[in-house]
Ligand binder design. Structure first.
Ligand SMILES: Nc1ncnc2c1ncn2[C@@H]1O[C@H](COP(=O)(O)OP(=O)(O)OP(=O)(O)O)[C@@H](O)[C@H]1O
Ligand SMILES: [Mg+2]
Length: 254
């Protein structure tokens, strides 16, 4: 059965796009037909993997201007990887989410169930915040995984997020699972990082994954490539990074 996973914390810049894009590549490289849905009006994951804006984007599908199949495009040079893109120009997704989405909070859930016959794995990249768009994406997801950084503000954000998820489950009948946290840009030599890791472990019944600082992310994003397949002067992804994505890919889809 198709599984849909979102990566979310309302805090900005914690690695949502980096992790969702890299996991999508890992899933595709393990021969699973994988779809990324770019639910972020900034369109970061789309500009990472596509050179130019295709004819249609997510907002066109949501507004009934085209069929979902017309807007999904194959990502070049990575087998099994597809995207339903968003490009920030014109702010169509933002305008739609601010004006129409409140009337149809299940529109993304319907879209996901429509595409599920064609894909093994669906990954949603969300924008920071917890507005209508992020809620609609969470309702559409079977699971949400929380990326955070080793800062006290991320821990505060996690507490708020857990509370908001409880409300979503109760008020919107969402069944979204939440049992994985990823601490991104983790450095074991820094005491504050170790303290945040300990606090994350204590915050509930979560499995906590640690991703180190790895320059391959920024470089592969600039080059429009999968981090797993990209090398700069013979150097690719760190072994520790590769290991955690392998583990995440096994754990998330089982
Ligand atoms: N583990 C890492 N090591 C080094 N750089 C990283 C790492 N994770 C993310 N980055 C870099 O940090 C920046 C922010 O990451 P990213 O865009 O994934 O965050 P985000 O949570 O999606 O942001 P937003 O809230 O704006 O959507 C990017 O330039 C990315 O390349
Ligand atoms: Mg992002």
């Amino acid at each position: 059965m198709t599984k849909t996973v979102a990566f979310h914390l309302q805090k900005g810049g914690v690695g949502k796009t980096t992790i969702s894009g890299t996991l999508a590549c890992q899933s595709a490289l393990s021969s699973k037909k994988t779809l990324i849905i770019d639910c972020d009006p900034q369109g970061n994951v789309s500009s990472w993997f596509l050179q130019s804006a295709p004819k249609f984007e997510l907002a066109d599908v949501l507004q009934g201007k085209c069929f979902v199949g017309d807007a999904i495009v194959k990502i070049p040079n990575i087998d099994n990887l597809y995207i339903l893109p968003t490009f920030g120009i014109g702010g169509t997704l933002k305008i739609y989410s601010e004006t129409k989405l409140a009337e149809e909070p299940y529109v993304l859930q319907d879209l996901v169930s429509e595409v599920s016959k064609d894909f093994d794995h669906v990954i949603l990249d969300l924008s920071p915040g917890l507005g209508m768009l992020e809620r609609a994406a969470l309702i559409a997801s079977d699971e949400v995984v929380t990326p955070m950084t080793s800062e006290v503000f991320s821990l505060d954000g996690l507490e708020i997020f857990i509370h908001e998820l409880q409300k979503l489950r109760k008020n919107m009948r969402s069944a979204v699972k939440h049992n994985k946290i990823i601490i991104n840009s983790y450095d074991t030599r820094i005491k504050q990082h170790r303290d945040i890791y300990a606090a994350a472990l204590e915050s509930g019944n979560y499995k906590v994954y640690l991703i180190p600082v790895d320059p391959i992310f920024r470089k592969s994003q600039e080059a429009g490539k999968a981090p797993q397949l990209f090398k700069v002067r013979g150097r690719g992804m760190k072994e520790a990074t590769a290991k955690v994505f392998d583990e995440l890919n096994r754990d998330i889809w089982k």
